[in-house]
Design a protein around this ligand. Structure first.
Ligand code: UTP
Length: 279
């Protein structure tokens, strides 16, 4: 029996320490590229892929995310009928298309742990994961839409990858595998943040995943890995030992907005290419 993806999980409980002091009282995911928060770009990418069941793993100090995806009666009443009302059209459209659910990660034990925390929202079905601090832009289909199409064909776990300079492997999960068609690899090995000399390739995992629900049982038994955190890379590597895991080289551009240089590059990119001033 084939299954389709309906849900998109957004792990958004991290402390965002690389952006302090901006993230002291504000979630990293609410940082804006020009006038739109990173998390809204992520949710719009999910909608573009046909996923309107949105699940957030949030944490302390993340209330602004919930408020963003809700109506702000006072504000909306204030600008009703004025020229500024159009600035809210896009977010209203997002809100009207989606359902939003939330759970909280009480202790931050890493991305794998955050995804396991999301089990209560996801249940026993395949799902997408978006890390909103990886901002992706594509000219045709959005990156998540590309991956959902691939899932519909292959019905298995898929991680998004891109080629990185060999000296940056220590910032990423790195895959090794057999290229089964251009840009699509069957994963044989995955290593979290290896030194360049230990890296099996320069193909780095980025913040888009399609996971099958068996990942939750694997995560439950995954020991803390690098940095003492439960790593999703380790769990997917375990999955690859017994089942098909694909790595897909995305068509589009990706900016690492979890660090300052990537965030500034993304801001310039959005201003020059995507900014529409709400119209
Ligand atoms: P990062 O590795 O970017 O960590 O997490 P971070 O805490 O957000 O940022 P820094 O390193 O302190 O600056 C990647 C993604 O995983 C989520 C983050 O919110 C981000 O979307 N995450 C990470 C969790 O939800 N929980 C965790 O325990 C760790």
């Amino acid at each position: 029996m084939t299954s389709t993806i309906r849900k998109c999980l957004f792990p958004a409980a991290g402390y965002g320490t690389r952006f302090l002091p901006a993230t002291k009282a504000m979630p990293k995911e609410m940082l804006t590229l020009v006038n739109k928060p990173l998390i809204q770009y992520g949710v719009e990418e999910a909608i573009n892929a046909g996923l309107t069941n949105i699940a957030f793993v949030s944490g302390r100090g993340k209330r602004a995310i919930e408020d963003h995806f809700d109506i702000s009666y006072e504000l909306e009443h204030q600008i009703l009928g004025t020229s500024k009302e159009s600035l809210l059209y896009q977010i209203r459209d997002v809100i009207s298309q989606c359902t939003f659910s939330y759970t909280r990660q009480v202790e931050m034990h890493g991305l794998g742990h955050a995804i396991l925390t999301g089990e209560t929202l996801v249940g026993q079905e395949p799902f997408a994961v978006v890390l909103a601090d990886d901002f992706c832009s594509a000219e045709g289909d959005g990156v998540l839409k590309q991956m959902v199409a691939l899932y519909n064909e292959h019905q298995c776990t898929i991680v998004a990858i891109e080629e990185i300079p060999a000296d940056q492997t220590e910032s990423y999960g790195i895959i090794a595998g057999e290229e089964i068609s251009p840009g699509l690899y069957q994963v044989k090995e995955m290593v979290e943040k290896p030194k360049p000399e230990d890296a099996p390739s320069n193909l780095a995992i980025i913040g888009r995943y399609i996971l099958t629900p068996d990942i939750f049982d694997i995560l439950r038994h995954t020991d803390p890995g690098r940095g003492g955190e439960i790593q999703i890379t380790d769990a997917i590597a375990e999955r690859a030992k017994t089942g098909k895991v694909l790595a897909y080289k995305i068509k589009g551009q990706r900016f690492d907005c979890g660090q300052i240089e990537g965030f500034v590059a993304a801001t310039n990119f959005v201003f020059e290419n995507l900014y529409t001033n709400g119209s």
